[in-house]
Design a protein around this ligand. Sequence first.
Ligand SMILES: Cc1cc2nc3c(=O)[nH]c(=O)nc-3n(C[C@H](O)[C@H](O)[C@H](O)COP(=O)(O)OP(=O)(O)OC[C@H]3O[C@@H](n4cnc5c(N)ncnc54)[C@H](O)[C@@H]3O)c2cc1C
Length: 345
Amino acid sequence: MRVNIIGGGLAGCALAYVLKNNGCEPVIYEAGSALASGASGNDVGLYNPRFTAQYDAVGEFYTKAFFEALRVFDDIGAAADWDPCGALHLMNNPQKEKRYPKTVEAYAWPDNGMQILTPEEASEVAGVDILSGCLYLQKSGKISPKKLCSVYASGVECHLNAPISSLEDLDGDITVLACGSAAKQFDIAKHLPIKPVRGQVSYIAESEVSSRLKTALCFGGYIAPAQNGVHCLGSTFQRWLDHDNLIAEDDMANIEKLCDEVKVLAYNYNIVNSKAGVRTVSQDHFPIVGQLGERVFISTAHGSHGILSSLLSAIILTDIILGAGNQIVNEGTMMALSPKRFVVN
Ligand SMILES: Cc1cc2nc3c(=O)[nH]c(=O)nc-3n(C[C@H](O)[C@H](O)[C@H](O)COP(=O)(O)OP(=O)(O)OC[C@H]3O[C@@H](n4cnc5c(N)ncnc54)[C@H](O)[C@@H]3O)c2cc1C
């Protein structure tokens, strides 16, 4: 089966990877001059699930996405700078102090894969002083989304500088929209409640203290352990902006948040680089994955968790396309992902 994929970011490339491994012939059409021209173009990203207090559709989706990602990264992650350095999610406000222990109990990950640590235990894991308790994901970490796109798309037919404006222009058996909020430019998807949300990450030179950081820290923002003396520090959220020009104040905001929330890392950091991008979010903050029309499918709205969600979405979509019926997630989660949830009767 020849499958047109519109968009060469994480959603499109992950789908191409899974389709190819299942005997299909994916073809990527990317508007930009390279893969990962949009939100997926960061050099460093953290792969973390979204946390809810119950093991609901969100819990099932991101748990399965996490373990699928570990399996795939174990195979191909080295070429995308995969570093399973662990992630500490600071319980730095009363809501998180209440919610994270419930998450750990409800998700019940095997082998202490998700656990609550005291400040002392967290400090030991982090290599720097952490003042609050934390939710700890031992096998979480960082990877390069940009390189991951190339690795996923290796051996796949890719057309760059190829903006698609009409689905009728394409040959192939079916088409998948994996082009973020640009999906709305196609009539078949224009009713979907998806919006762009701009963000910027800052790359900062390590300080003497921050160079000791061994795990990723998530505190509202996030900081990854330094790679060649540079940390990735993220990220801003601007629901009202949809451009990827750099904004100097965003770097200041990222650094200020780090200094406020992780006192031991407060420092006058040098900014080495910055990168802005535009996420796509849906009204209910859950990805949109499934069939839109007779020969048209979609994978979008990966929000702030696209490294994980793009891969499981690709596995689910491949299963739907091939009619394999593998029940990768339960029926309720499939409904929660489906574009049909937005159809007004
Ligand atoms: C600042 C920032 C930090 C982030 N940090 C993290 C993180 O740490 N961890 C994490 O998991 N996620 C993170 N994310 C989110 C993650 O990057 C996104 O969820 C993910 O990149 C979405 O992938 P996508 O393929 O859906 O979209 P995109 O990467 O935007 O890909 C869509 C592609 O479609 C192309 N396109 C659009 N229209 C057309 C057309 N008509 N024809 C052909 N091509 C078209 C675009 O050029 C683009 O390349 C971050 C996002 C931002 C902005």
